[in-house]
Design a protein around this ligand. Structure first.
Ligand code: ADP
Ligand code: MG
Length: 730
């Protein structure tokens, strides 16, 4: 019988399938004839069979290294199902008792076990290595091989020892082949795996990662996200779906919320006891519930072909993760809706979680996050972006099955911008990342740029800070279009490709779609009621723009510069000198000095251009105008009087005292309450609140309480806000 036929009949005999899926046959032939083999195949592609079938056909026992104990058990059960004996497959991991281990070893020694699943931790154990040296081995399979790479979404340090251990186990002169399999296919990960396993000469089988039946959509994550989630699930009633979020707490909350809304849902995360977890998984597979709310722990290795939607309630940490998880939808080739709720704030949260990790790891993590946010904010075909990420060319401009293709955004020509970007990258000798290139182009006034002397470049400040988003989009899309290349070895430094260099010599059109704006609270010039009658609307909106620009420059939220009521007052009384500016409520001398100059300049110009008659009664206010109580408070704080005592001695409730102190700092007077704050709140907790205000668009207390997950009291947050305003704004 020809070899092909042997393989086909083995497939039929052992697994009952008539035909191979994709490249399975070629892969199996490669392994059976003793070649190192590398398989890149999307989730659901049928990777397991690529080593299961050869193990049955070859002499000896195949060693399968697989990262998850739960996954191993499933696979062993599945293999046993196909066989008439339980001896055919075993696993060796820390969940087994001594007696179990002895039984497994005995079966392996007898030669009746064809597949031995081993956890990487167990593989490092000296006694296991000793044992395996005596065993006849057919080949080694490394499943989920991306765990080798720090650039994969599930890095496992133990995976990096696999090759040295295999070398110890192999008998002299009989090097057994290795098959490595993964569904993560970024070129970087692929390279890492091959290098680490010393299999750079392997036969590589890479299937297309495109999943034409999956629909991709990214929605802004707003306050109404829960409502939207419920609505979506109700519209898809009776269909199976998975909702992913990042924290266990959120998993519990969401599952409960869905149940309250009459949706059959259950939670799943690694913190639950094993019995409940597997009961919930079974309930989903058996369709007793429609929806599983889970952390990413769920889904690896489970095989439910008719998952109709995968929702990311939180943005994943990497696009690899995203693709794995969305890949669990529509495995049967039918409908698979992949919806992601995205807010840039979630990216910032993830960045914060990384703090404290080794620097190199943080750098990688940040790079992966950057790719993820780029994807989410992009208006380019999602499929094209994903395929490019996995090193695959996807030719059509419109895939017809993602939000961006179904609702195409307007295109604009960005020829000049692309030229400027290419020139800047070249001038910077291809040694900088995208963010830096953009900062140079918009003339950002920061120390790094100055210290390199890059503020002297011709391109420095060629664009307005308002063009930042557009330039970011130009770079992202130029990378996808192949004009630029990101050096992944070096944390994403930008290079100009030959295509890019040619473009600069002879620029043609370069059409881009502008990225969607996912900033939550757009700073539109809406005025509050009340005192606004006399406000000059044109000036007010000019001042708002100016505030936004200055805030961006200092990387601070706008309200830290001046609050809305202050701007309203400026647009009413037209102060044109720093002294006059200090009369505006909320503007003290500190703030006037720090930020005032530009504001009075703009107001003055506006007054002159429009020949405005200013009100006469602008008096210069001095400290003496501050109420007596305020002065007493400032003095007491200087003497470090505990604030609770201070409140009592002034006959104020504590929150009334905070009102007074807030009025003081909002008007620009610096005060230091750290002596008290340190007593009531440890440093780490202070930092968390402090960081929140640094990133937040608003100083609203309610919002802060919510964003900080109700972990802090209103008083605690107000105290830290006082420290923040005092340090950052005054
Ligand atoms: P992966 O590990 O690549 O995510 P699996 O190995 O779990 O995928 O296989 C996915 C599904 O495809 C399984 O249900 C498996 O039984 C099925 N499958 C694999 N090979 C074939 C084949 N040749 N014909 C039909 N079904 C197959
Ligand atoms: Mg698999």
């Amino acid at each position: 019988m020809a070899k092909n036929d042997i393989i086909t009949s083995a497939l039929k005999q052992h697994f009952g399938f008539d035909t191979f899926k994709g490249q399975q046959r070629a892969i199996i032939e490669s392994l059976v004839s003793g070649h190192d083999t590398f398989v890149l195949m999307p989730t659901g592609g049928g990777k397991s069979l690529c080593y299961q079938l050869p193990s049955l056909m070859m002499e000896g026992t195949a060693i399968v290294i697989s990262p998850l104990i739960a996954l191993m058990k499933n696979q062993v059960d599945a293999m046993r199902n196909f066989s008439d004996t339980d001896h055919v497959a075993h696993f060796l991991n820390s969940s087994l008792s001594r007696a179990d281990i002895e039984a497994v070893k005995s079966d392996v020694e007898k030669g009746i076990t064809k597949l031995l699943y081993v956890a990487p931790e167990s593989l490092t154990k000296e006694e296991n290595i000793e044992f395996l040296r005596k065993v006849k081995i057919s080949f080694y399979a490394i499943d989920e091989a991306h765990c080798i790479s720090e650039w994969g979404h599930d890095f496992r340090p133990e995976y990096r020892n696999i090759r040295p251990i295999i070398n110890q186990i192999d008998k002299p002169g009989d090097r057994r082949p290795v098959i490595a399999l993964t569904a993560t296919a970024t070129p970087k990960v692929q390279h890492d795996i091959q290098k680490n396993l010393a299999m750079t000469e392997a036969n590589v089988f890479k299937s297309s990662f495109n999943r034409p039946n999956l629909y991709y959509e990214v929605r802004p994550k707003t306050k109404d996200v829960d409502k939207e989630l419920v609505r979506f699930i109700k519209q898809n009633e009776g269909k199976s779906g998975i909702v992913y979020c990042l924290s266990r707490k959120k998993v519990e909350e969401l599952a409960e919320m869905l149940v309250v809304n009459d949706i059959k849902a259950l939670p799943y995360h690694a913190g639950m006891d094993a019995a409940t977890r597997s009961a919930n998984q079974d309930a989903f597979i058996l369709e007793n519930v429609d929806v599983i709310v889970a952390t990413i722990a769920f889904g690896m290795g489970i095989d439910k072909p008719d998952v109709r939607f995968v929702i990311h309630y939180d943005i994943p940490k990497s696009l690899d993760g995203y693709y794995q998880e969305t890949g669990r939808a529509g495995r049967d080739g039918g409908e698979g809706q992949c919806i992601t709720f995205y807010s840039y704030k979630d990216i910032q949260k993830l960045e914060k979680f990384m703090q404290g990790r080794p620097i190199a790891e943080q750098e990688i993590g940040r790079q992966l996050l950057l790719e993820t946010s780029a994807y989410a904010e992009s208006s380019v075909c999602r499929r094209k972006t994903l395929m490019h990420y996995f090193g695959e060319d996807y030719e059509p401009d419109n895939c017809g099955n993602c939000d961006n293709c179904l609702n195409p955004k307007k295109q604009v020509d960005a020829k000049d911008e692309l030229c400027a970007v290419i020139e800047t990258i070249t001038a910077l000798k291809e040694k900088f990342k995208a963010e830096y290139i953009v900062k140079v182009l918009i003339g950002k006034d920061n120390n790094e740029i100055k210290s390199y002397g890059h503020d002297a470049l011709e391109q420095f400040g060629a664009y307005d800070p308002a063009d930042e988003r557009r330039l970011v989009a130009v770079i992202r899309q130029a990378v996808i279009a192949g004009y630029l290349d990101k050096d992944i070895e070096n944390y994403g430094l930008l290079k100009v490709t030959k295509k890019g260099a040619d473009f600069l010599k002879k620029p043609t059109t370069f059409k881009i779609v502008e990225d969607a704006d996912f900033d939550e609270d757009e700073d539109v010039a809406v005025m509050k009621g009340g005192a606004s009658g006399a406000v000059d609307p044109e000036l007010y909106s000019i001042l708002k723009d100016l505030r936004k620009k200055i805030a961006k420059l200092h990387e601070l939220p706008p309200y830290v510069i001046f609050q809305d009521p202050s701007l309203e007052a400026m647009a009413t009384t037209y102060p044109i000198s720093l002294e006059e500016l200090q009369n505006i409520p909320g503007v003290g001398s500190g703030k006037a000095k720090r930020y005032g100059e530009e504001f009075v300049k703009v107001i003055k110009r506006h007054v002159e251009e429009n020949e405005i008659e200013r009100p006469e009664d602008i008096r210069v206010r001095s400290v003496a105008n501050k109420s007596k109580v305020k002065i007493a408070i400032i003095q007491a704080i200087d003497r470090k009087v505990p604030l609770d005592e201070l409140a009592e001695s002034k006959g104020l409730e504590f929150d009334e005292l905070l009102d007074e102190i807030e009025a003081i700092v909002y008007s620009g007077t610096k005060i230091n309450i750290n002596y008290f704050l340190d007593e009531v709140l440890d440093e780490e907790r202070q930092e968390e609140i402090f960081d929140y205000f640094k990133e937040s668009e608003s100083d609203d207390i309610e919002k802060a309480i919510e964003a900080l997950d109700n972990e802090y009291s209103e008083e605690e947050i107000r105290l830290v806000r006082i420290r923040f305003l005092s340090e950052m704004a005054n």
